[in-house]
Design a binder for this molecule. Structure first.
Ligand SMILES: CC(C)(COP(=O)(O)OP(=O)(O)OC[C@H]1O[C@@H](n2cnc3c(N)ncnc32)[C@H](O)[C@@H]1OP(=O)(O)O)[C@@H](O)C(=O)NCCC(=O)NCCS
Length: 175
């Protein structure tokens, strides 16, 4: 597996990735900065490029990658690294978000993808990264633990619709 920066050349594979979530009835594409909301690929590219440069007080730069299994050009996952922890991200969201294409789950891709993202985190100066997931998301918890995650805390936060959700937080050292 490799991580690649999305660019214009990935349009077809990216739209296929997006469609696979819609076909599976999933409303959210984790680790993609809301790709589900962008029917036009270049609009989404503009959004993730802007995020890489974000510098305002309340926002942190964020880098989004596709994970790809060569020699196929299939995008199997998206993973986003938030370069700094804002108060909001410390509470919910953390440094890293990720998702694997619904029809490619259970093949170890999330573990590979997260492991590959850790050297990048180190390069941008993060000695450790905070990750969180819903307390009932056993698959994601297992991914985090497989990558060296150490439990930090469990908490109630509000989801995107303002409903309470139980989350678990973990730290992963980047070396
Ligand atoms: C969570 C997610 C990324 C896992 O991706 P994946 O590629 O299927 O995960 P992997 O194949 O690398 O599996 C990692 C571990 O989780 C375990 N696992 C996978 N699905 C599981 C499930 N439904 N319940 C319990 N454990 C599960 C696997 O057995 C494996 O453990 P092992 O190495 O001990 O065998 C994927 O299910 C997904 O995209 N879900 C929707 C988005 C999401 O929840 N993102 C994370 C938000 S915090």
């Amino acid at each position: 597996m490799i991580l690649v920066f999305p660019d214009e050349s990935w349009e077809k594979a990216a739209m296929d990735y997006r469609q696979s979530y819609l076909d599976a009835g999933e409303a959210h594409i984790n680790g993609s900065s809301g790709m589900e909301r962008y029917p036009v690929y270049t609009d989404w590219l503009g959004q993730i490029r802007r995020l890489r440069e974000a510098q305002s007080d309340g926002q942190t730069p964020a880098t989004t990658f596709f994970s790809v299994e060569p020699p196929s050009a299939l995008v199997v996952g998206t993973i986003q690294v938030r370069h700094r922890l804002t108060d909001e991200l410390r509470r919910s969201g953390g440094n890293i978000g990720y998702g694997v294409r619904p029809d490619q789950r259970g093949k170890g891709f999330a573990v590979q993808m997260l492991r590959l993202a850790l050297p990048f985190c180190r390069e941008i100066g993060l000695d450790r990264v905070l990750l969180d997931c819903r307390a009932d998301n056993l698959a994601s918890q297992q991914v985090i633990l497989r990558c060296g995650g150490v439990f930090d805390s469990e908490d109630w936060v509000e989801d995107d619709w303002g409903r309470p959700e139980r989350i678990c937080r973990f730290w992963i050292a980047t070396e």
